[in-house]
Design a protein around this ligand. Structure first.
Ligand code: PLP
Length: 233
């Protein structure tokens, strides 16, 4: 695990990257939330964020995240990894947002749990906007019907959409097309339903410039802040 000094250097670099992208694409950094991804790192990663004014982090695995929540209660955790519907009961009320909702079954279970707990659970709909067979997420074609269902559920609040671009570092236009797809889809859904769906969670360490160019409001950054993870997930 890196030291806090190294983390701070990385954080400055990432912020500079965000600023440069914003300058280039006519956006303001105030419209972009940096969500540090602390998966596969010890609790220190979460503490570094907290100590330096970042109050929310992303985690992939339910169990790992819950262990960290017990050690750091003043940080909000967002779930960015795939969620099996049989684990819905473990996440509702614990994660401030569940970014990876991609089925009717999962929507129903989350809504039931939220209702029982008497809370509104924030979620994002994960869309496979890069049409990558290796990725989870609702297809672009199915998004409208999933959203229709999600909006009928009284204990879930749909803040917007999330996507993970296909991995193709040699050809950045693949990621950019994926992000453009999601933004256009969001705009269509705004027209269709009359809600704002303001959150577009898209972009990671390797493709944040493309994501910012296409309107991302949240970039999820792991390795650029904490270094390469030992395990590839
Ligand atoms: C791991 C992960 C990230 C962060 O990836 P980096 O390339 O390390 O920045 C972002 N989003 C999701 C869904 C992830 O699983």
């Amino acid at each position: 695990m890196i030291t806090e000094e190294e983390f701070l250097r990385n954080l400055s670099k990432v912020k500079e990257e965000i600023q440069n992208s914003c300058d280039q694409h006519g956006r303001s950094p105030s419209g972009i939330t940096l969500l540090p991804v602390t998966k596969n790192w010890p609790i220190d990663a979460v503490h570094y964020c907290k100590k330096n004014g970042i109050g929310r982090v992303g985690e992939n695995r339910v169990q790992e995240a819950i262990s960290k929540m017990e050690l750091e209660q003043d940080v909000r955790f967002e779930l960015i990894g795939h969620l099996q519907s049989n684990k819905a009961n473990q996440v509702v009320g614990r994660f401030s947002s569940i970014q990876t909702v991609d089925s009717i079954k999962l929507l129903n279970r989350l809504n039931n749990m939220a209702e029982v707990s008497g809370i509104m659970q924030s979620i994002l709909i994960q869309v496979n906007a890069g049409k990558d067979p290796a990725k989870y997420g609702v297809s672009m074609d199915d998004t409208e019907s999933i959203l229709t269902h999600a909006l009928s559920l009284s204990s879930l609040k749909v803040g917007g959409f999330m996507t993970i671009a296909p991995y193709d570092p040699e050809n950045k236009s693949v990621a950019r097309t994926c992000f453009a797809n999601l933004r256009c889809l969001r705009d269509r859904m705004v027209e269709r339903f009359g809600f704002t769906f303001s959150e577009l969670s898209m972009g990671m360490s390797g493709d944040l410039d493309e994501a910012i160019a296409e309107g991302s409001t949240m970039i999820r950054v792991g390795s650029a802040l904490f270094g390469q993870r030992k395990q590839v997930l």
